[in-house]
Design a protein. Structure first.
Lengths: 303, 267
């Protein structure tokens, strides 16, 4: 159980984390989703006691991180896979962690096996590692003490599709055994695959949180008619807002309502469905629009 | 607890488990000083340099003046230069190489980690100095045998203790710069300025300004440390001068550095 309450952190005039509160429950994988610079990493560093917040608290199982005895054996943390002394070998980095936690060295080999780093790879220095290999090493490091709680910052970054699939099964198994997992990503797709609960952060603030299904509720529907303009008119008459989207219309209503409107107006539909992940993506872009570095381009013109 | 797994047992944090003992942290920090190529050669060079110094002394110093003190002086200077850098890098690499993210996640008690780094640095220093003294003694015996003279043992126990204290003090100065600056390049440059530029500036100031000349021993830390290395008188006045200059150039910056390092963001 990770509990974050009213967390705030300011750097000069920049408010990196602004009154952030959420909880991560045992048995679930919680995805922390937000664009670059949204405050994910700062929040996670605060949870691990590496950054002191201006206000608010972060506790794990009701205890502040720094009060956890031998925390590596209770909470697995991966904050930045590239943050390692480049001159150490992968095996040496795991050995140092095992020594610190007081674990037998055989644990190092078990972890190397678990993350599929070969013996020769483990002997290489980390400066010669690809980002994907660093992530595997970082995950091995986080899991070494057999913790029940995991805090992982961008763990899927740099992994190939097979690697992402592997991580998904790994974290799923962890959660199913009652573990608590919090992982961050700036990619909706990754979070969608792995997480049960999603917390969306933008500009230091939490803009949405809930299960994937909850977040999709109210995301509306997508509809495509032979005559989109006529359908848009009929929907407007019915008091529904519709906007052009991807050769059809994105409507702020349930598919059933739209079907009725279309039937009443005698319009033939080509496609009608509830908003899927594309809708979630659109929502993500809109929710975080103010923090985006690029102008948001979500809609195409009506054909 | 959740829809995904309603039977999940509640996971709590156990606060009664043993923490990470200090001895284990010292062992880990000691290992970290050797486990990279750069670290290994830096520490190794502090040993190798004694051997080189001993060989040079035997080759260069005229036979009749060969004595243990000459050997002590020959390895003293390079050691006094290397040990502070070893200590500074032990701290700064956590920030400059960013390995502190893992180090301080696994051992959130930063005071203990920093203390373990100081202890590990001092262990390395003591080993390097003892090694140098042994090599110097061997050199003295071998040099005397080659030249057919009796070895001259003119370094007494007090001088040896001063040498040890002086080098550990120098190492702690490097350590102080490490916690204060938390950046490898800045700490090394800072150390060079501290030990080579600053004494020169103070010496010039003392030469030019009458009023500063009497003040210098009380303010110039390098000047005040000289008795530790050259075996000159270390009486009450000299100790007081070590105290005042040390307060300005060592104790206060160390306190500030420790205060900062315990709060500094690790990222």
């Amino acid at each position: 159980m990770i509990t974050v309450e009213h967390l705030s952190k300011t750097y000069g005039a920049f408010r990196a984390v602004d009154d952030v509160s959420f909880t991560c429950k045992p048995g679930t994988v919680t995805g922390f989703l937000g664009p670059n610079g949204a405050g994910k990493s700062t929040s996670m560093r605060i949870m691990a006691g590496l950054t002191i917040p201006d206000s608010g608290t972060a506790t794990i199982g009701g205890v502040r991180y720094r009060d956890i005895p031998n925390p590596g054996t209770q909470v697995g943390v991966l904050l930045d896979a590239s943050a390692q002394h480049a001159g150490r070998t992968g095996r040496e980095i795991l050995t140092l962690s095992a020594l610190t936690m007081g674990l037998p060295k055989s644990r190092v080999d078990e972890m190397l096996n678990l993350v599929s780093l070969s013996d020769s790879e483990a002997k290489r220095r980390v400066k010669n590692y690809s980002l994907g290999m660093r992530q595997r090493l970082g995950i091995a490091n986080a899991l070494m003490g057999d913790p029940k709680i995991l805090i992982l910052d961008e763990p899927a970054n740099g992994l190939d599709p097979a690697g992402i699939h592997w991580m998904r099964s790994l974290l799923r198994a962890y959660a199913n055994q009652g573990g608590t997992v919090l992982l961050s990503s700036h990619l909706l797709h990754e979070i969608e695959i792995i997480a049960d609960e999603i917390i969306v952060i933008g500009n230091g603030k939490i803009v949405a949180q809930g299960t994937k299904a909850e977040l999709l509720q109210g995301a509306g529907a997508f509809v495509k008619a032979a005559d989109n303009a006529a359908l848009a008119g009929a929907l407007a008459q019915a008091g529904l807002t519709a906007s052009p989207s991807d050769g059809g219309l994105s409507v702020d209503a349930e598919p059933a309502q739209i079907g009725q409107v279309a039937a009443a107006a005698g319009l033939a539909l080509v496609e009608l469905r509830g908003a899927d992940s594309a809708g979630l993506e659109e929502m993500f872009l809109q929710l975080t629009a103010t923090t985006q570095r690029e102008g948001v381009v979500t809609t195409g013109g009506v054909a | 607890m959740s829809a995904a797994n309603p039977t999940a047992p509640p996971q709590t944090i156990q606060t009664q488990r043993p923490g990470v003992p200090f001895g284990r942290l010292v062992a880990v920090e000691l290992r970290k000083m050797f486990d990279t190529r750069s670290g290994f050669w830096l520490v190794a060079s502090s040993l190798i340099i004694s051997v080189i110094a001993a060989v040079i002394v035997i080759l260069v110093v005229p036979d009749e003046s060969l004595s243990y003190e000459i050997f002590g002086a020959a390895f003293g200077t390079p050691l006094a230069l290397l040990l502070p850098i070893i200590a500074a890098l032990a701290v700064t690499s956590e920030w400059s190489q960013r390995s502190g993210l893992v180090t301080f996640s696994l051992a959130p008690n930063r005071a203990a980690v920093i203390g373990a780094k100081a202890a590990a640095s001092i262990i390395v220093a003591v080993v390097a100095i003892v090694f140098a003294l042994v090599i110097g003694a061997l050199g003295n015996v071998v040099g005397a045998a080659i030249n057919g003279i009796d070895p001259v043992w003119d370094l007494d126990a007090t001088q040896l203790v001063y040498l040890l204290i002086g080098n550990i003090l120098g190492l702690l100065i490097g350590f102080m710069l490490g916690v204060l600056l938390r950046n490898s390049a800045a700490a090394v440059v800072g150390y060079l300025v501290y030990s080579f530029v600053l004494p020169g500036v103070l010496a010039i100031l003392a030469g030019l300004q009458e009023w500063f000349r009497d003040l210098q021993p009380w303010i110039d830390f390098g000047y005040a440390q000289q008795p530790l290395f050259d075996g000159s008188d270390l009486g009450g006045e000299q100790l007081a001068q070590l105290g005042t200059s040390g307060l300005i150039w060592f104790v206060i910056p160390m306190a500030l550095g420790l205060w900062a390092v315990l709060r500094a963001e690790v990222k």
